[in-house]
Design a protein around this ligand. Structure first.
Ligand code: ZN
Length: 267
């Protein structure tokens, strides 16, 4: 039984270093802002576990996500935007493997086009967008969902980038938030899926030009999502050829090929 949750906040960490206005909002990178908020408030769900937070960025060796580090990670949070293409496919493979084993994955904002999110979804993950400093109202449409713990009927962000439907994703298992934007569009902005043994949450807000990750409601949602996405199991699937539990009586006309098959025979 786990008593703590290990969280890595991953960021490509380019906008903050290349754009002074973004750097002023997130002087140590938005990953540090998110990690600090999580460490201070680990979620409002009943039974919420304390979090051990750390960060990783694109320019570190293996993007800070070595196999050993991922092996001890319970929940990975992902923010990327302008250099999705620079993420090593071998790291994407490892992250996917860990999600299928049970690790949680939270993908933020422009991470909708990240290699790992598109890999896990299997769709284009495209959407409409517009940068016009619009009000966003996030409606809580599943108030009983653990990710909505402590929130009201809705919350608002005074300025955000617009993302509009159609969002090309597979049908979510749960849609916790739907956003309305000042310009008229709507968007499924809090979506849950299970893949293998792992849980995935996509959360829309977080354009780098706005102080979104300083917002208390946004921080609360991410913390709640970490608690929800924490692994319940850690299982490496191996596709075994299984001996029968009971004696199977011989049947005329059949040879017992099933017992001698190897995985290689089946692919
Ligand atoms: Zn954006």
């Amino acid at each position: 039984m786990k008593t703590r949750i290990s969280v890595i906040v991953w960021n490509e960490f380019r906008h903050e270093r290349e754009n002074a206005a973004v750097g002023a909002i997130y002087p140590e990178g938005l990953h540090t802002t998110i990690a600090n908020a999580l460490a201070a408030t680990p979620g409002l769900n009943p039974g919420a576990l304390p979090l051990d937070t750390s960060t990783a960025t694109l320019d570190e060796a293996e993007h800070g996500l070595s196999e050993a580090r991922l092996a001890s990670c319970d929940v990975l949070i992902w923010w990327g935007h302008k250099v999705h293409n620079l993420v090593d496919d071998a790291v994407v493979d490892q992250v996917q493997k860990r999600v299928l084993e049970g690790m949680g994955l939270i993908v933020l904002h422009s991470g909708h086009f990240s290699k790992i999110f598109r890999r896990m979804m299997g769709t284009n993950c495209s959407l409409k967008w517009r940068e016009a400093h619009e009000k966003e109202r996030l409606w809580v449409v599943e108030p009983s969902h653990p990710i909505a713990a402590g929130l009201g009927e809705y919350f608002e962000l005074p300025n955000e980038e617009m993302y509009g439907e159609r969002f090309d994703i597979p049908q979510p298992d749960s849609t916790v938030f739907i956003s309305w934007f000042e310009g008229g569009e709507v968007f499924r902005s809090g979506c849950c899926w299970e893949r293998g043994h792992g849980r995935i949450f996509y959360f829309r807000p977080g354009h780098e030009a706005y102080p979104t990750y300083h917002d208390k409601n946004v921080q609360r949602v991410i913390a709640n999502a970490v608690q929800w996405a924490a692994p319940r199991v850690n299982i490496v699937d191996v596709c075994p050829n299984a001996a029968p539990l009971e004696t199977i009586s011989p049947k005329a006309g059949f040879t017992n090929v099933g017992i001698t098959q190897t995985k290689a025979d089946l692919v």
